[in-house]
Design a protein around this ligand. Structure first.
Ligand code: GLN
Length: 239
């Protein structure tokens, strides 16, 4: 029997900047190399939300885009929370990372509601935080990417971050933490996109989804020499 994973991408029209679409391509390719077929669902506001998704992806967007999708996100929030609670892996970047927290208050004072999967809130900061970033996570080693946000994200006391910042600004410009992790839901500011340069994270998302659906699934090793080269170059780039 062919094993197959359904990848649902949230709001690709508004929430997909700085190459975040590459995260989808990376999951598709890396899954295929393990003999898994993938089916992709591009979810936009007012569509029927497919609760059989095995992986949920979301990218970054402008403040205006975040504002546009907030009502629909609130509609599907119970379904997303249910999937998160059942262990469905999700990766949300920048704008959607902010909205998987409790809220984002923009520079004009608009409060955009989030869905509270992360105990975190975001407020617009005085300047944009832009540049190459290197972080270190316990589970995936160094995570490298590119950040571009003005929002400052503050984690609640018991909210686990995704990583510690080695070079760059991270969640709140203090250079301490980057991203958040709740169960199998990963949030991060890392564009670049994040997954091609961070194959361990990509593989963990695939493995979590595949094992949930096919308990006997074992993730095989693949040749990552190109990804390793890209990581090494990215790490050396100036901020
Ligand atoms: N608008 C948000 C910010 O600047 C998110 C930006 C993004 O998704 N790149 O903080």
């Amino acid at each position: 029997m062919t094993k197959s994973l359904k990848i649902l991408v949230l709001y690709p029209e508004e929430m997909n900047i700085y190459g975040d679409h590459g995260n989808l391509l990376t999951l598709q390719k890396r899954a295929e190399k393990r003999g898994l077929t993938t089916e992709t669902v591009l979810y936009e506001p007012d569509m029927k939300f497919d609760e059989r998704a095995d992986i949920i992806l979301g990218g970054g967007g402008q403040d205006s885009g975040q504002s546009k999708i907030q009502d629909d996100l609130a509609e599907i929030a119970p379904k997303l929370r249910k999937l998160a609670a059942s262990g469905t892996p999700m990766l949300v970047i920048c704008g959607l990372y902010q909205l998987f927290g409790r809220y984002f208050e923009t520079a004009t004072g608009e409060k955009i509601n989030g869905i509270g999967i992360f105990d975190a809130y975001t407020v617009a900061g005085p300047k944009r935080l832009i540049g190459n970033i290197v972080t270190k996570s316990a589970e995936f080693g160094e995570l490298v990417g590119y950040e571009n946000h003005s929002g400052l994200t503050f984690l609640g006391q018991n909210q686990k971050p995704l990583a510690r910042v080695k070079k760059g600004a991270g969640n709140d410009a203090s250079g301490k933490f980057e991203g958040a992790r709740t169960g199998n839901v990963f949030g991060s500011y890392l564009h670049g996109p994040i997954l091609p340069k961070n194959p361990r994270l990509a593989d963990e998302i695939i493995r979590l989804a595949a094992v949930k659906k096919y308990p006997d699934f074992k993730l095989s090793q693949i040749d990552d020499s190109l990804a390793e080269k890209a990581r090494a170059i990215a790490k050396k780039r100036p901020r």
